[in-house]
Design a protein around this ligand. Structure first.
Ligand SMILES: [Zn+2]
Length: 412
């Protein structure tokens, strides 16, 4: 088997790994890089037979649009729906790829390869690692994963019943030079949200990805304890609708203490595609929280959703100070590309006397201690670092490390 990491051997994001066995070529992920300085990937030259997407984060699937649309793209069904959800609300065209889905732990074949997906705990839902077998070799690709989210049992399952005879493990190492000490788990984040909202004198805004479902569950649980209503925007409500296909334990707009704030711009998206959204718009209006309701009792609400934040924060901070809980990777606040994820606007809130700015976030990625337990359980003959800014640090922590550079070929 021939292996090339096209991108991702020395950076976090933009991952793309190529595996070839006989006449079959697979790509593992086809991501957009997070850094503007990252090398460009010439997707048209790759010509894979299929692409496997580990999870619906841009840095793992963001280049599928430039792929030949006939090439099958394998991704979890929920993951594919979530990609579409974002596109709809950003008013961008839906991807035209030839999507194929798979089931957790159900092997399937692509040419000479047999692939088995393993659901993992990550800040994206419907995230997988893949066991890939061909020519008598067994490769495991970790994808992005962690052991401290709400699905930590998935990590424990892999550790307790590890796959045997792994020839090569591609393992992510996002956290090699970071730590998660301030908020070591999702429940620590939940506790912080609760502490902030229970004494609020005005509304609290939670700045979080609408697709970080663990975080939405944390917000919901904090609201139950703190006797608040969790208000989400229409986009977040739509994301939660999609979750119904996999779980009836994730809150949605129909649950108690939930409400939807229907901003005119997001409502336009629903109005423009009545067939696509079916009766969602009609149902949503039963759970709507109006501007008047928010104004009458702002201290009764926690507001989650990113797409309509700045305008509404600016409106409410004219009264008593508001709480803004920044609940995503704090590194975005000082990202080289200044307005990345609204960094500049959030940085201004930090100095604003009308804003009580709090960071509360736990990583989507495994700590070094958890990575060690994972590598020790899987006992790979070769461990190849990916999705890391510190590949050279791997041998300090793990056995059998083989460092590849982008573009370097390995024969297995
Ligand atoms: Zn990810």
């Amino acid at each position: 088997m021939k292996i090339v990491i096209h991108r991702g051997s020395q950076e976090i994001g933009g991952t793309c790994i190529q595996l070839s066995a006989g006449k079959t070529t697979l790509l593992l992920d086809l991501g957009l890089p997070l850094s503007p300085a990252s090398a460009k990937l010439d997707v048209a030259s790759l010509k894979p037979n299929a692409v496997l997407i580990s999870h619906p984060h841009q840095d793992h699937f963001g280049l599928i649009d430039v792929l030949n649309p006939a090439v099958p793209v394998y991704i979890g069904e929920l993951g594919q729906r979530l990609i579409n959800a974002t596109r709809m609300f950003l008013r961008k065209a839906l991807p035209t790829n030839n999507f194929q889905s798979f089931e957790n732990r159900q092997p399937f074949e692509i040419g000479n390869f047999t692939i088995t997906p393993f659901l993992v705990d990550h800040s994206a839902v419907d995230a997988y690692g893949f066991l890939i077998e061909a020519e008598g070799k067994r490769i495991f690709y970790s994808g992005d994963f962690r052991a401290h989210g709400r699905k930590s049992v998935l990590f424990e399952n892999i550790i307790k019943n590890p796959l045997q005879n792994i020839d090569l493990l591609f393992m992510e190492g996002t956290m090699l030079e970071r730590n998660n000490d301030d908020f070591p788990s999702e429940s620590a984040v939940e506790q912080k949200i609760y502490e902030i909202i229970k004494t609020q004198i005005n509304i609290t805004f939670l700045i979080s990805s609408s697709q970080n479902i663990d975080r939405i569950v944390s917000a919901y649980r904090a609201c139950i304890k703190g006797h608040k209503t969790l208000v989400v925007d229409i986009y977040t409500a739509w994301v939660l609708e999609q979750l119904k296909i996999v779980s009836n334990r994730v809150p949605n707009m129909e649950w108690e203490i939930m409400g939807v704030y229907a901003s005119p711009s997001q409502d336009e998206t629903l109005k423009a595609h009545p067939g696509y959204f079916d009766d969602f718009r009609k149902r949503l209006y039963n759970y709507r929280i109006t501007k008047e309701e928010l104004h009458a009792n702002p201290q009764g609400y926690l507001f989650l959703g990113k797409m309509s934040h700045f305008r509404i924060i600016n409106l409410y901070k004219k009264g008593n100070p508001v709480n803004v809980i920044y609940s995503q990777w704090p590194g975005y606040l000082s990202y080289p590309n200044k307005d990345y994820y609204g960094a500049e606007s959030f940085a201004a809130y930090r100095k604003d006397p009308q804003v009580n700015f709090i960071c509360a976030h736990t990583s989507g990625h495994a700590t070094v201690a958890d990575l060690k337990a994972y590598a020790q359980a899987l006992k790979p003959k070769q461990l190849v670092p990916v999705h890391t800014a510190a590949p050279k640090e791997f041998p300090k922590y793990f056995a059998n490390v083989v460092n590849l550079t982008d573009g370097q070929m390995l024969n297995l």
